[in-house]
Design a protein around this ligand. Structure first.
Ligand code: DP6
Length: 386
């Protein structure tokens, strides 16, 4: 029987990149070949909820506090860490990404316990972690981003490492840990508009997420997720991006100038709330990313016929708005990750038109009713309890 000594719960939402991360220069540390930028979505719809508990099991009670400071005790605890994902226990591999994240946070807690004798000793206790998504994991939506962000935030709350729980680690510092779980996860620690600065350092010390603007800065911007297929994707992003790094010449232009220039333009579009510029950069980056996947050998196909029809529909809509003149600008923007599902961004006033057109042109669509999402701050609902 395990007895909970201390527990903390955190939730983190999904983020959808408008400038895509695709490629690693270090696969262990997860250092990207280019910067990226995303919008963090509202967690009422797509989020991971994770509770982490430091537990006492019989052997630990016998060992008592004396063993707590030793590395051997931490290693013994690590071997007893357990994780349940959506109700099913998962193996925590000894070399895996999950292990890396837990070890980094446990080591940070051990350091605090070593420096401050008054701090409760819990680093030597095994962790029991329970995590759930409020959306189907197989829906082709970015569950690893919200999953690792919620995991890192819940353990850092349990260990009182993050600034919200009185600790010394900033959210950006913790994003370095989440990054080693899944690259895109580093961006889900922040709400609103978030950049992942790829960094130069070989040890990954400057590869972290930064908030470009709060959600409140651009409340009018909405995201609509169109679930076109809920099948698991054919080529997982981790494997797909490595194949691209090894074989695609087009990736080199993305790294050297396409993304650096786009990061500047989209950051200024966000700062100025310029939807037309934001839409153009978002759509062009999605297309450039999928062209790069096609340039990979063998090619990677993430879009299907329905995805391409959605692209055509949005392009037509924007073109008709341009022709109507009066500086109306783009009505909506599309973007696609490593799968066929569309994410549309639109100012609030355009959302009814976009939804009605989708329903009109896809009356028998094999995708669920698109649902509307507001990007929001990620840490509502974060709680920790002793
Ligand atoms: C297309 O973050 O899932 O969604 O770091 O290997 O876990 P790993 O990959 P992951 O890749 C996401 C790729 C993307 C683009 C993006 O989110 O920036």
């Amino acid at each position: 029987m395990a007895r909970i000594k201390r527990i903390a719960t955190a939730s983190a939402p999904v983020n959808i990149a408008v400038v895509k991360y695709w490629g690693k220069k270090d696969t262990k540390l997860i250092l990207p070949t280019n910067d990226s930028l995303s919008v963090t979505l509202d967690q009422d719809h797509l989020r991971s909820l994770t509770s982490s508990a430091a537990v006492e099991v019989e052997e630990e009670e016998e060992q008592g506090e004396s063993a707590s400071a030793s590395a051997a005790a931490a290693a013994a605890a690590a071997s007893k860490d357990r994780l349940w994902l959506n109700g099913v226990e998962e193996e925590i591999g000894s070399e895996g990404r999950l292990r890396t994240c837990i070890d980094e946070l446990r080591n940070a807690r051990r350091k605090v316990e070593g420096e401050d004798g008054g701090v409760e000793k819990i680093a030597h206790l095994p962790l029991h972690i329970v995590s759930e998504n409020n959306f189907p994991t197989a829906a082709g939506l970015a569950s690893s981003a919200s999953g690792f962000a919620a995991l890192v935030w819940s353990i850092s709350s349990l260990y009182q490492l993050n600034s919200d729980s009185g600790g010394h680690l900033s959210t950006s510092a913790l994003s370095r840990v989440a990054r080693q779980g899944s690259g895109s996860a580093c961006r889900s620690l922040f709400g609103g508009f978030v950049a992942w600065q790829g960094g130069e350092a070989k040890d990954g010390s400057d590869s972290l997420a930064l908030q470009v603007a709060e959600r409140e800065h651009w409340k009018d911007l909405h995201a609509i997720i169109c679930v076109i297929s809920d099948a698991k994707k054919g080529t997982p992003s981790t494997a797909g991006m490595q194949r691209t790094v090894q074989t695609s010449a087009a990736l080199q232009s993305r790294i050297s100038h396409v993304v650096p220039e786009r990061m500047q333009r989209i950051t200024s579009a966000i700062k100025q709330r310029d939807f037309d510029a934001f839409a153009k950069e978002t759509m062009r980056d999605s297309n450039n990313f999928h062209a790069t996947c096609l340039d990979t050998s063998p090619p990677i196909f993430y879009l299907n016929d329905t995805s391409r029809l959605v692209i055509q529909l949005v392009e037509e809509l924007n073109r008709s708005s341009e022709q109507a003149g009066a500086g109306a600008g783009a009505i909506a923007a599309y973007t696609f990750d490593a799968g066929p599902n569309a994410v549309l961004y639109a100012p609030e006033k355009n959302v009814p038109l976009v939804l009605s057109l989708i329903r009109h042109y896809f009356p028998n669509a094999d995708f669920d009713d698109p649902f509307k999402l507001l990007p929001s701050l990620p840490r509502d609902g974060l709680s920790s309890a002793d």
